[in-house]
Design a protein around this ligand. Structure first.
Ligand code: NAD
Length: 258
């Protein structure tokens, strides 16, 4: 038996994945009101990739680490579902990750629970299990390493841990974490632009390994679709217990050579 929801708040919804979340919710849940909460305005230039008009969404500008900003957005949007895909990009100093991924996630969880949000979907990262060693055929039982690869992955793991521990079915607060690896597709600001930059600046003269290294890339539309499905599964009494409080890797069918 599925519980309907009328409004969703996409935290980090002005980002690369966030804008595809808007598209997937618009396409798959046409009756659901879409609200975006982000520290920066929705980039109008992304509109060319989508079938929705950015004017159809309600935008709330604010900082995830501010309980006041988050609380106002949840109250104004009257949302039942929060999707948290906000994070600073990879490659910055640890302080900003601590602030946004740990303090921000903690703040959003607390306010969401207080304001009776029903389903909380967190975009984690496949990097939470990566410590620099090769990983083959890992599934969700793979342990989180004691020493993370870097500050980004360490704080994504800390955020994920808080989200999963906050799962509280008895009080109607259901959480889930989704772990994509590299996300590619229209609007990508990191992966393909980064590879292009490496090629442009002639930094591709060294080869690590035997050219058989595998990496997992997932198309952004599929990652966004997984978030819509996660919200649906959490709100369905028949599937809720099988998914809530758990993390799931999100991949295409097979890893790709890198
Ligand atoms: P992005 O930078 O395009 O989007 C993140 C959004 O979060 C941005 O719009 C940014 O303004 C917003 N944000 C950052 N700090 C904020 C704050 N304090 N308050 C409110 N909003 C804030 O990044 P993306 O590639 O779309 O990543 C989305 C999510 O997916 C992140 O959680 C990231 O960790 C995760 N992820 C990304 C990849 C990838 O390859 N891009 C891989 C695995 C996981």
């Amino acid at each position: 038996m599925s519980q309907q929801f009328k409004s969703v708040l996409l935290v980090g919804g002005a980002g690369f994945l966030g804008s595809h979340l808007v598209q997937q919710f618009r396409t798959n849940k046409p009756d659901v009101e879409i609200h975006v909460f982000d520290i920066r305005p929705f980039p109008e230039k992304l509109a060319k990739y989508f079938t929705f008009d950015p004017k159809e969404i309600t935008f709330h500008q604010g900082d995830l680490t501010s309980a006041e900003d988050v609380s106002k957005a949840i109250k104004d949007s009257k949302c039942q579902v929060v999707v948290h895909s906000a994070s600073p990009v990879h490659g910055l100093g640890k302080d900003i990750y601590e602030k946004v991924n740990v303090l921000g996630t903690q703040t959003l969880l607390k306010v969401s629970k207080e304001l009776n949000i029903k389903a909380f979907v967190y975009t984690s990262s496949a990097g939470v299990i990566f410590d620099g060693s090769d990983i083959y055929n890992a599934n969700e039982t793979w342990p989180i390493p004691k020493v993370a690869m870097d500050g980004y992955n360490e704080t994504k793991a800390a955020g994920e841990d808080m989200v999963l521990k906050a799962n509280d079915p008895e009080n109607g607060f259901l959480t889930i974490a989704l772990r994509p690896a590299g996300i590619i597709g229209p609007g990508d600001r990191q992966v393909v632009p980064g590879l292009r930059q490496v090629a442009r600046t002639g930094q591709s003269k060294f080869q690590l390994g035997d050219n058989n290294n595998l990496f997992d890339w997932t198309y952004v539309g599929n990652v966004a679709d997984a978030h819509v499905l996660a919200a649906e599964k959490l709100l369905n009494a028949d599937t809720r217990d099988a998914v809530s409080g758990q993390a799931f890797f999100i991949t295409n069918d097979a890893p790709a050579y890198f």
